[in-house]
Design a protein around this ligand. Structure first.
Ligand code: GLC
Length: 480
């Protein structure tokens, strides 16, 4: 039996702001239970729903030294769908209505979390063989493990994996503050360690000290070795190329299953989608106040509304797109400029555009099931999960060929009758529009061909089974 510990800042169903939470919530369940005892540590945010907090059991508490003071560490436990979760409690750090408060507050929060995650291990009596860290919030774990915990027999020899879900976020702040907060000595603040352009980067620390690095698609693993995608760490990524691999994300095939999804008006599968899927569309049109028309092509967008996702291309083309016979349904929150852009167009094109500027798991499922196509023109995309959910629901992705989008959506080839979606290469608004219009032509003029794309999309397998095996191989390789 090998012990694997996941540490992350978010995890479905407890707390979610993005795809990271889906991965941390679904991958542990898919690792082979006969060979791996997988447990997960996340913060006990006050924004976690009461129904989960009520199920947690209090274990114990102690005080831990960080940032020149003794800080409270409480430990709670909850077993959920066969996995043991530990929640680290500290009201000063984890209160508020959201998990993140921005810099510099999040710095001390996650330095605390990283050190606490290591400190509780002897207390809960779980010695991991591998600690699997996710994104910058846990970047200090491999560093602390190298620094102070190695002196302790319990920690000696623990291996670490650092998974990059998004290199853009690194936890960068001025060196002096980070030195003071983390308590790490000057030794750690040189350009080959945490120093980053005369500041310091917590993620960089993790990437230097982890035994292995992964990211969430093959293409992104290559892209981050180049300056454009490397966010200043492309040199480090090249230097560690032998320890870096891409493992594409999967999605939870039980949660995302059009045949059993209880959020849908009409369930369907690969055999009956031709008649059943559209019932979801007309119901959603009614619900959202769009023109009710089973024949119109509905395009979905479910996303964090950030620059990464290509919303400037959409903004630029909205007026033109809305001259066509389409409907656009948007769901998500994020930067005010993107939120307001969609609100504006929903006002301007009432029956055609619906802007839902909030977070809703329920509405997201309805959109995946109702829409005919799903638009994701990302500037960069480490993996992307929405296109995988769309494929599963027979909703045809229209994507830009970057990162995981390139790896998971096979472009339609009308001559060979292959492909599961539509894609374009350059970050260019006209190229995007051209591709959307090509999809419209197939949808309206060649319905049989469109339905065959849907057939192929619903048949591809992006459950975790394949990728979970690759993580297992990685753990086994590390443990020699
Ligand atoms: C981040 C990335 C996204 C990826 C997700 C899960 O949100 O932006 O591309 O799918 O993490 O790995």
């Amino acid at each position: 039996m090998k012990n694997i510990l996941f540490v992350a800042s978010e995890c479905v169903p407890f707390i979610k702001t993005g795809g990271l939470a889906d991965v941390v919530g679904s991958l542990p369940k898919c690792l082979d239970k006969e060979y791996y005892d997988v447990r997960v540590i996340i913060p006990k945010y006050s924004s976690i729903k009461d129904k989960f907090k009520e199920q947690m059991t209090y274990i114990t508490n102690f005080y831990m030294d960080l940032n020149w003071r003794e800080q409270y560490v409480g430990i709670f436990e909850l077993e959920y769908e066969g996995i043991k979760f530990y929640f680290i409690d500290n009201e000063e750090h984890f209160s508020g209505d959201r998990p993140y408060a921005g810099m510099p507050w999040d710095l001390e929060k996650f330095a605390f979390f990283s050190k606490a995650a290591l400190s509780i291990l002897p207390v809960i009596d779980f010695r991991p063989d591998v600690i699997h860290c996710h994104d910058w919030q846990t970047g200090l774990i491999p560093v602390y493990l190298n620094e102070r915990f190695q002196g302790n027999e319990f920690f000696r020899g623990i291996k670490t994996v650092m998974t990059i879900h998004n290199l853009k976020f690194q936890g960068i702040w001025d060196m002096k503050t980070i030195k003071s907060i983390t308590g790490l000595s000057d030794y750690y603040f040189t350009p080959d360690k945490l120093e980053f352009r005369s500041d310091a980067s917590l993620l960089k620390g993790g990437l230097v000290y982890a035994n292995a690095i992964t990211t969430v698609s093959n293409t992104y693993a290559e892209e981050i070795k180049t300056p454009f995608f490397g966010e200043g760490l492309d040199g480090l990524m090249r230097a560690r190329a032998n320890d870096l691999r891409g493992i594409v994300n999967g999605i939870d095939y039980d949660d995302y299953n059009p045949e059993t999804d209880d959020k849908l008006v009409a369930n369907y599968n690969i055999n009956n989608f031709r008649h059943e899927k559209v019932k979801n569309k007309t119901a959603l049109q009614k619900e959202l106040g769009l023109t009710v028309d089973p024949k119109v092509m509905m395009i979905g967008v479910v996303s964090r509304l950030t620059d990464q996702k290509g919303f400037d291309l959409i903004a630029y083309m909205m007026d033109e797109m809305c001259q066509d016979s389409i409907q656009l349904v948007v769901l998500g929150t994020g930067e005010a400029k993107h939120e307001n852009m969609f609100r504006y167009f929903a006002w301007k094109y009432g029956g055609k555009v619906s802007a839902n500027i909030y977070y809703s798991d329920e509405l997201s499922h309805k959109i995946y099931a109702s829409a005919d196509a799903f638009l994701m023109p990302s500037l960069f995309e480490p993996c992307g999960l929405s296109q995988l959910m769309s494929l599963r629901y027979g909703t045809i992705p229209i994507v830009r060929e970057t990162g995981g989008l390139k790896d998971t959506v096979q472009p339609y080839n009308e001559y060979e009758g292959t492909g599961t979606g539509f894609s374009f290469a350059n970050y260019n608004a006209h190229e995007m529009l051209g591709t959307i219009r090509y999809a419209e032509r197939i949808f309206y003029d060649k319905k049989r061909d469109w339905n065959k794309i849907v057939d192929r999309a619903m048949a591809v397998d992006y459950s975790w089974s394949n990728s979970a095996k690759q993580y297992q191989e990685l753990y086994d390789w590390l443990l020699g």
